[in-house]
Design a protein around this ligand. Sequence first.
Ligand SMILES: *Cc1c(COP(=O)(O)O)cnc(C)c1O
Length: 321
Amino acid sequence: MRYLTELSEKAFLEAARNVPYQQINSDLFPGIDLWIRRDDLIDPIISGNKAYKLLFNLLEARKQGNDTIVTCGGAWSNHIHATAAAGQRFGFKTIGIIRGERPPVPSAMLQDAERFGMELRFVSRSEYRRRNEPDFVGSLGLSGNDSWFVPEGGENAQGAQGVRLLGKTIAATSPVRFDECWLACGTGLTLGALASSLPKTTKAVGVAVLKAERSIAAAIVDWGGSLPSGSNPELITGGHCGGYGKVDESLIAFLDEVGQQTGVVLDQVYTGKVTKALGELCEQGDSKMGEGRRQRVLLLHTGGLQGARGHRPRRGGEGSR
Ligand SMILES: *Cc1c(COP(=O)(O)O)cnc(C)c1O
């Protein structure tokens, strides 16, 4: 695995093109030909889809002469972690607005973020609820001519532009023609932007990892998907195991089994849930295609492993995207 060392579209595209596709042979996914694209490996620290969402944000900040990135998230946010790491790597000051009181011992993720040089500002939950209002950053005294704001989870036009680069990279590098591309949905931006950039013959299927079908569906449409018309992209809403960050014994057992059979490590908040939903659908025999051909499915490993430290079986646990 190589480190991204240069902030440019060209260098990033090269890294994206080198992301491996791993063919999976496992009875946990009967009836399909399954491959995993390992975007968790695009960089050892700035990992998964968060790297794609950050690329054009950082390029735009640099273009506008902004040397500070301001963003927000919860205590286990993969986006906060990636932003802090990218800021350190590419020479931006970073400020993370974190939901809730500063705990006596910050989460492992927030400790990393501070080690990467991010300044953390803890705000009350009621203040945090205003995160999408235009004066949110200003009201905290953080807006300035030299700062670039990235919304929670990297959900903005630059984030979508980065995900479309992922879609085009998949189109250009796939080892076989995939019928479906599966991924975990938090905000829904990644699914929407992928649906608009994958080859038309590849259906994008997202599994919601939280109970927020309406807002996810809206984000999918906002960022390029066209959900109401029907089947591509498709959003599966029954795979969240009770809500965001919640886990149950069967999810943990399944992920252990996947790890043993394939060597692929998955996190419990995002990639674990999409993988389990896919396994269950295969068990039901739904995803066989006609003409005697096994459906070819690409599963995106969108990262999140640095957050896996946080989740022991935490029922009712609270994470954050
Ligand atoms: C943030 C995240 C997602 C969800 O991406 P959205 O664009 O918010 O839907 C999926 N997987 C991982 C590992 C993530 O960190």
